[in-house]
Design a protein around this ligand. Structure first.
Ligand SMILES: [Zn+2]
Length: 99
């Protein structure tokens, strides 16, 4: 398994960000393991993943018509299969590892 760092907040160092991101990913993987989630890729059946925690900034489809609405941040654990490129995402709030 490999991971990439994506520092976005200039108030924290790359090292700080890496520690936070690694801890979030570790907690999320522990929860997925506890829940019995398979480690095999649903597309190719192999087990070779790129893992990192991130936030997805989403806008409601209705904002196309009402642009004043606020955006949503969805914290996720992103898993990308390094064999076939399959991407899976798990909501970190549902896993209970972030607010
Ligand atoms: Zn795959």
């Amino acid at each position: 398994m490999t991971r990439r760092d994506h520092p976005r907040d200039t108030k924290i160092t790359t090292e700080d960000f890496s520690k936070q991101d690694t801890e979030l990913a570790r907690l999320a993987i522990a929860e997925l393991t506890k829940k019995g989630v398979s480690t095999e890729c649903k597309s190719c059946g192999k087990n070779n993943w790129n893992i990192f925690a991130m936030k997805i900034v989403a806008t409601s489809a209705t904002e196309t018509f009402f642009p004043a609405a606020t955006t949503m941040n969805v914290p996720v654990l992103s898993l990308t299969c390094l064999e076939c490129g399959w991407i899976s995402m798990h909501n970190l709030k549902i896993l209970g590892v972030t607010k």
